[in-house]
Write a protein that binds this ligand. Structure first.
Ligand code: NAD
Length: 290
C-alpha cells in the first residue's frame, strides 16, 4: 500500500518505520526536515498525501492538525483513508473528519496509548472514531503499528476515549503520589505501602505498573531519576483537552479540574517541565500542608 506519513517526531518516526518494515511504500513529511530509515521524503505535506491510499498524521495539536488538513485534503485521492493518530481536542478531530469526508475521503481519529516504547515495538493501542468503512480500511495498519484497536464510535470518539482515559491517569497518579507522601510522614515503609495497596482496593495502573516511588514495584521512570516516560507537560496537555471537552458539553469534572490545575502549577511554576509525570511524588515529599 502507498502510505503518506506526516509528522515524524518521537512517535511518528517509529510508527512510519514499522509500516515501511512491513513492506508498505511510505512517504513522509515533517516541517523539521526529519528523515526516517526506509521512508521516502516528500517536499510538503500535500506531496506526501498525493497518490496515497492511506495518509497518517502524528502532530502536536489540533491547530496544527487543522492547518495540515487544509493542505492534504485537497491533495487526497478519492476513497483514500485519512488517519489522524495525534492527540487533539474532540472539535478539531470532528472538523478534520468532516472536511475529509466532504472531499470523498475516509476519515478516522485514532489517538494512541503506549508511548514511545509502544511506537517503537509496534505495540500501541489505538482508540478509533469514524465510520465502519473507515475503521475497516485503517485496521490492517493499526495491526502493524499496534497490538489492539478499539472502534469507539463515530468521528471524535477516539479522542473522547483518549482524554477520558488520561484524565483518570492524571487523577490517579496524583492520588498515588499524595498517598505515598502521607505514608512517609506516618512512618510507613514504601515497600510495605506498595505490598498492601497493589493487592488491595487502592490498586491502580499508576501504583502497580508505573509506581512513582523509586526502587519499589516494577522498573519505572522513578528508577531513572524521573526521566520521561510520559512527560508532565504531555499529561498537562491531555488534562487541558479533557477540560476543554468538559466545558463544551457541560460535564462536571471536579477531580479532572483539580488535576489540570496541579499539573499546570508543577509544569509552569515549579520544576515539572521535562520530568516524568510521576515526579509528583518528590513534589509532595518536599511540601507540607501550607
Ligand atoms: P513530537 O513533537 O516529537 O512530534 C511532532 C512532529 O510533528 C514534530 O517532529 C514536528 O516537527 C512535526 N510537525 C509540527 N508541525 C508540522 C506540520 N505543520 N507539518 C508537518 N510536521 C509537523 O511529538 P510526539 O511525542 O511524536 O507526539 C505526537 C502526538 O502524539 C501528540 O499529539 C502527542 O500528544 C501524542 N502522543 C504522544 C505520546 C508520547 O509518549 N510522546 C504518547 C501518546 C500520544
Amino acid at each position: 500500500m502507498r502510505i503518506g506519513f506526516i509528522g515524524l517526531g518521537n512517535m511518528g518516526a517509529p510508527m512510519a518505520r514499522n509500516l515501511a518494515k512491513a513492506g508498505h511504500e511510505v512517504t513522509g513529511f515533517d516541517v523539521a526536515g526529519v528523515t526516517v530509515e526506509g521512508v521516502a521524503t516528500a517536499d510538503s505535506a500535500a506531496a506526501a498525501a498525493e497518490g496515497a491510499e492511506a495518509v497518517i498524521t502524528m502532530l502536536p495539536d489540533g491547530q496544527i492538525l487543522r492547518a495540515v488538513y487544509d493542505q492534504i485534503v485537497p491533495a487526497g485521492t478519492a476513497g483514500a483513508c485519512f488517519i489522524d493518530c495525534s492527540t487533539v481536542d474532540v472539535d478539531s478531530a470532528r472538523h478534520a473528519a468532516a472536511q475529509a469526508e466532504a472531499a470523498g475521503l475516509l476519515a478516522v481519529d485514532a489517538p494512541v496509548s503506549g508511548g514511545i516504547g509502544g511506537a517503537e515495538a509496534g505495540t500501541l493501542t489505538f482508540m478509533a472514531g469514524g465510520s465502519e468503512a473507515a475503521f475497516a480500511a485503517a485496521e490492517p495498519l493499526f495491526d502493524i503499528m499496534g497490538q489492539k484497536a478499539v472502534h469507539c464510535g463515530p468521528a471524535g470518539n477516539g479522542q473522547a476515549a483518549k482524554i477520558c482515559n488520561n484524565m483518570i491517569l492524571g487523577v490517579t497518579m496524583i492520588a498515588t503520589c499524595e498517598a505515598f507522601a502521607l505514608a512517609d510522614k506516618l512512618g510507613l515503609d514504601r515497600q510495605k505501602m506498595f505490598d498492601v495497596v497493589s493487592t488491595s482496593s487502592g490498586y491502580s495502573w499508576t501504583m502497580n505498573a508505573y509506581c512513582p516511588a523509586p526502587g519499589v514495584g516494577p522498573k519505572s521512570p522513578a528508577d531513572n531519576d524521573y526521566t520521561p516516560g510520559f512527560a508532565a507537560e504531555l499529561m498537562l496537555k491531555d488534562l487541558r483537552l479533557a477540560q476543554v471537552a468538559a466545558e463544551t458539553v457541560d460535564a462536571d469534572t471536579p477531580m479532572g479540574t483539580a488535576a489540570a490545575a496541579l499539573y499546570r502549577l508543577f509544569v509552569e511554576d515549579e520544576d515539572g517541565l521535562g520530568r516524568d509525570f510521576s515526579a509528583m511524588l518528590p513534589r509532595f515529599e518536599a511540601r507540607g500542608r501550607g
